[in-house]
Design a protein around this ligand. Structure first.
Ligand code: SAH
Ligand code: SF4
Length: 350
């Protein structure tokens, strides 16, 4: 089958064989990409109309005990000025975000043990008490099932934990030995079982990634059937072991966004900051490839430059909460509207 036929098959069957995914990824042409994008956009419009959901991203700590080779926040990077927000700081971010129209707050951070279960649960409870109509999303790495359960019981609604790569050999090239794909996957299945709206995801073009590994990512996503999938290009950070590796490809990222939309019709799919960082219209291109979520930065401005996962991370224009008007204009220019809505995972009506 040619690539166009394979993309149609993915649309009707919801999955493809490993080798079929590899074929598309390795040989796609401009026409194939455009076909996948227009189909993905049509599917997103069927489920979400021209609505784009926004999430207020609060990067509340850049302290991390892990040493992922790709990430600027890794523990061994001594060139980072580390910070932690207090509960009050975090609540102030929500206070700024709520009147701007944010109804989801995403608390993201490094794996920082000083935010133990009691403190995190307290923070979640306080946000939910003050903003009962808002959703709280956590993105704070791997934890025990008990901890995840406590956070869920405290009121957290969603959890983002990218699987990073579904190929264990590749996983081993991106992380030190203490981190394993098995443990990562296990966390994701537990989060879903507990009842979180759960998000996995991966970087496109991370060092040593192959088309086989990407096909495994797509098959794993099919298997997990998450509520959200975060996909962005890998971008090197100079103070990491991958500082001299090339960044991921824009077109391959757009193709993967489109394929995920075609595969998981009603999934919540962000057009990521990393995509906006590698191309000035990256965010818009993501939306036109089937994405339906953007996550502007609500962190205190003075700390944003310290949360550098990768070099050049944008944080002060349309990707910033203060730049929401600009973001709205940009979305309008491509026919979309930013809405004030929690933007939960929809029940599949079709
Ligand atoms: N500590 C948490 C959340 C913060 S990192 C966790 O690891 O889950 C959030 C995401 O940033 C990671 O999942 C990773 O996919 C992405 N990221 C980290 N370094 C990156 C880089 N150099 N380029 C692109 N994305 C990166
Ligand atoms: Fe820490 Fe997350 Fe960065 Fe890994 S990706 S070093 S866990 S902040």
């Amino acid at each position: 089958m040619n690539n166009l036929e394979l993309i149609k098959k993915l649309n009707s069957n919801g999955t493809l064989l490993h080798n079929e995914f590899v074929q598309i990824l390795a040989t796609f042409t401009k026409d194939d990409l455009e076909f996948a994008q227009s189909l993905a956009k049509e599917i997103a419009t069927k489920h979400f109309g021209n609505k784009i959901y926004i999430r207020g991203l609060i990067e509340f700590t850049n302290i991390c005990k892990q040493n992922c080779y790709y990430c600027g926040l890794r523990a061994e990077n001594k060139n980072v000025q580390r910070y932690r927000l207090t509960k009050e700081d975090i609540l102030s971010c929500c206070e700024i975000g709520y009147p701007l129209g944010f109804r989801t707050f995403v608390l993201q951070g490094g794996e920082d043990s000083s935010f133990n279960d009691d403190l995190m649960c307290d923070i979640v409870r306080c946000i939910k008490e003050k903003y009962p109509d808002c959703a709280v999303t956590l993105s704070i790495g791997e934890k025990s099932r008990e901890s995840y359960q406590k956070l869920f019981d405290a009121g957290a609604d969603r959890y983002l934990l990218r699987h990073e790569t579904a190929n264990s050999e590749h996983y081993g090239k991106l992380h030190p030995k203490n981190q394993t794909l098995e443990s990562r996957k296990n966390c994701l299945f537990e989060l879903k079982e507990i009842g979180f709206q759960t998000g996995c995801g991966f970087m496109v073009g991370s060092p040593y990634q192959t088309f086989d590994a990407l096909a495994e990512d797509l098959l794993f996503i099919r298997e997990l059937s998450p509520h959200m999938v975060g996909i962005g290009p890998f971008i090197p950070h100079k103070d990491t072991p991958f500082g001299d590796k090339p960044q991921g490809s824009l077109h391959l990222t757009l193709l993967l966004l489109a394929l995920v939309r075609i595969m998981l019709k009603n999934v919540l799919l962000p057009s990521t900051t990393a995509l906006g960082t590698i191309h000035k219209k990256g965010r818009e291109m993501g939306i036109l490839s089937g994405a339906n979520v953007v996550m502007p930065n609500l962190s205190p401005i003075e700390d944003r430059k310290k949360y550098m996962l990768y070099d050049g991370k944008i944080s002060t224009n349309e990707e910033a909460a203060e730049g929401l008007e600009l973001l709205k204009k940009r979305m309008k220019s491509i026919g979309y509207e930013i809405v004030t809505d929690r933007g939960d995972f929809p029940k599949n009506q079709f």
